[in-house]
Design a protein. Structure first.
Length: 679
């Protein structure tokens, strides 16, 4: 690499005489900066075909982790769904095969196989599979709306797959072409005549060179993705098949299933809701949902308990987990509708309402179909089309006005519940500003903290969790009155090896100290601690244990008095779910699982599920196993005061600045580490 200071090298302050001599010499010899001679046109590399995808997969699918791996399937089934939404296909078949590959078949028009006019000697199919930014979705003539916008989806799948086989049935003839890592293994071949079949079949196996040898597509995740597509478009039937060899997987799916949901999102929401709805009927509807531009479908229900709600949104059947303009339109329509109803019924208190109050206890499903949508990034996780907000707001607002007017009793209950939520929000803000001003007057609470509503610290709890995903589950599972949740991002700073400057600059630890409000070290005041219990709640795996160790190190070094006063605890989330019939129990770890299998379920067929983390658990599961005081187990953290020197020495050796001490510790316990690796 050529460094900028090499390019502009000149005489230093210590070399005034040499500088004069160099200036005289430069008149005869041209100055050549260091490294320039080796930087020529030959240094400029041009990546052709699909090589950019293999070099930088993160630019196209967001990375090479499990989520990115399953994004390949999303790209393939999205193409099939585009055919269905456009009215050319009525069914899609998804097969999870024993060799790790997945096949997606539709009965649409089939990828064109005739020669492409711009690429002599190549069929349109080969161009689509091997050329970025190629496809039939750019001008809006072939598809009114579609999920594929950039023409890179299936070509990216081809580039990142060890093998891809395409079969196309058109005009009662079958054609086939095979690829490996983006390269055709031969030309398009006409197999022969075929009856009663049309459409496209794509079978692909992800490349272990990209995703790692152990990476594989999970049948359960594929099944859920396929099922969500069937809910999103009632005009399609998805036929699911899973190889019997995969059925023993903890994340397995049914061997066979037919997915067809005439009820659409309303049916989807009804299945998703575990609590009773405030209204007898889910607020659901659609507008121009026959696949045309501006189509909207929605379903919203408010629950009795007023707990944190959830929303799932889609654009052209593409999931948008980060929301976007279409969700903004829905929130605005619901807020304006409720305020208008309050004005109509002369309820003055509704003036305080915000969109957050309306959506706090709501389960919402939203699907839009728009022409040429704008997404943030190739993975399309957030919709950015401004027009989508207007389309959704217009469609939903009128329907919501009619729904409220048609059910005045349900509308009144809903309005009262939302107003109470808004008043509770205002009251909590006042409590933080006034009743607890000893902490909040000097401190601005961190934005990601979901605080509890009670004013005093007695009986209150702060759960420290890893990441926004686990934080979202914990916020839904908590008791809002007494339990607060603070998500932290990944592994925090190791304070035993970091200097004071790094500690002062670390935002995550700053947020934690702000939330606690009690000061650190000699400035610690137990009376100012804002919570009775501080609970470290991390995943039940090695990474979770590491994060818990880092947090305990932080408390031991910076807030030892908090530990001595008995405020610090470790949550014990389960690692396994064991189900026999209607009975479900949870196991903390492998030893606990083996004990339950031997004593409780001996000789019975047990369905064993392994939780990948707190974010993978349903809120009800997290509440019942880890957060509800009546059912959970907490481990209290204490300092061995009798061996204070030994404790300090252990922390210094394992977490401090001397790596040789940690190395000796590992060497002394090599056999133990080997047992863990074997597991």
């Amino acid at each position: 690499m050529v460094k900028s200071n090499d390019l502009f090298a000149g005489p230093t302050a210590e070399e005034p005489r040499r500088g004069a001599a160099r200036e005289a010499k430069s008149a005869a010899t041209p100055f050549v900066p260091v490294g320039e001679a080796g930087y020529t046109a030959a240094s400029i590399e041009v990546l052709e075909g699909l090589e950019p995808v293999r070099r930088r997969p993160g630019m196209y699918i967001g990375g090479t982790d499990e989520k990115a791996l399953h994004h390949l399937f999303a790209e393939v089934i999205d193409n099939a769904m585009d055919e269905a939404v456009a009215g050319h296909a009525t069914f899609i078949a998804v097969e999870a095969l024993s060799d790790g590959s997945v096949a997606v078949t539709d009965n649409g028009r089939g990828i064109p196989i005739d020669p492409h006019p711009k690429f002599p000697g190549k069929s349109a199919l080969e161009v689509i599979m091997t050329t970025l930014h190629s496809g039939g979705k750019f001008d809006g003539k072939v598809y009114e709306t579609s999920g594929g916008l950039h023409g890179v989806g299936v070509s990216v799948v081809n580039a990142l797959s060890e093998s891809v086989e395409i079969e196309v049935a058109r005009n009662q003839r079958l054609y086939r072409q095979v690829f490996s890592r983006g390269v055709p293994l031969g030309p398009l071949v006409e197999v022969g005549a075929i009856q009663n079949r049309r459409g496209t079949k794509v079978r692909f196996r992800p490349d272990p060179q990209i995703f790692g040898e152990g990476a594989r597509l999970l049948p359960g995740r594929l099944y859920r993705m396929a099922r969500s597509k069937a809910y999103l478009f009632s005009g399609v039937e998805i036929r699911w098949t899973c190889a019997p060899e995969l059925l023993g997987d903890a994340d397995a799916a049914p061997e066979r299933a037919t997915l067809h949901f005439p009820g659409g999102l309303k049916e989807f929401l009804g299945v998703s809701l575990n609590e009773r709805s405030l209204a007898a009927e889910i607020f659901a509807g659609s507008h121009n949902r026959a696949g045309g531009h501006g189509g909207v479908e929605w379903a919203v229900a408010w629950t009795d308990d007023g707990d944190d709600g959830f929303s799932r949104s889609y654009c052209n059947t593409i999931p948008t987990p980060d929301g976007g303009t279409h969700e903004l339109g829905l929130r605005t329509a619901l807020l304006r509708g409720l305020k208008a109803y309050a004005e109509l019924t002369n309820v003055k208190r509704a003036s305080i309402l915000t969109a957050e109050d309306v959506m706090a206890g709501a389960g919402a499903m939203l699907s839009v179909f728009v022409r040429e949508p704008e997404f943030q990034g190739q993975t399309k996780e957030r919709l950015a089309t401004p027009e989508a907000a207007r389309i959704v707001e217009t469609a939903v607002k009128d329907a919501f006005d009619h729904w409220l007017a048609a059910s005045p009793q349900a509308a009144t209950r809903l309005l009262e519940a939302v107003i109470l939520r808004g008043e509770d929000r205002m009251r909590r803000r006042q409590e933080r500003d006034v009743a607890r001003k000893s902490a909040t007057k000097k401190l601005r609470l961190p934005g990601k903290l979901a605080d509890c509503s009670q004013a005093g610290s007695k009986g209150s709890e702060l759960f420290i969790v890893e990441g926004d995903s686990a934080g979202g589950s914990a916020k839904q599972a908590r008791d809002r009155a007494t339990q607060a949740v603070l998500p932290l991002r990944g592994k925090i700073l190791n304070v035993a090896s970091a200097g004071a400057d790094k500690l002062a600059q670390n935002q995550q630890l700053a947020d934690l100290m702000l939330a606690l409000g009690c000061g650190t070290r000699s400035r610690y005041l137990d009376a100012d601690l804002r919570y009775d219990r501080v609970v470290v709640m991390t995943d039940a795996d090695v990474d979770g244990a590491h994060i818990a160790s880092l947090l305990m190190t932080f408390f031991y070094r910076e807030l030892p008095e908090l530990i001595r006063h008995g405020h610090l605890f470790l949550a014990v989330p389960p690692l396994y779910r064991l189900t026999v019939g209607s009975e479900t129990v949870y196991a903390r770890d492998d030893a606990h699982k083996d004990e339950l299998l031997a004593k409780k379920f001996k000789g019975k067929k047990v369905d064993i599920g392994r939780f990948k983390g707190l974010g993978e658990m349903m809120p009800a599961q997290l509440r019942d196993t880890t957060m509800a005081p009546a059912k959970r187990t907490l481990l209290r953290v204490a300092i061995d005061e009798e061996d204070g020197e030994g404790t300090r020495d252990a922390v210094d050796r394992l977490m401090g600045t001397k790596p040789e001490a940690r190395f000796r510790f590992i060497q002394e316990r090599a056999a133990f580490a080997g047992d863990l690796i074997d597991i």
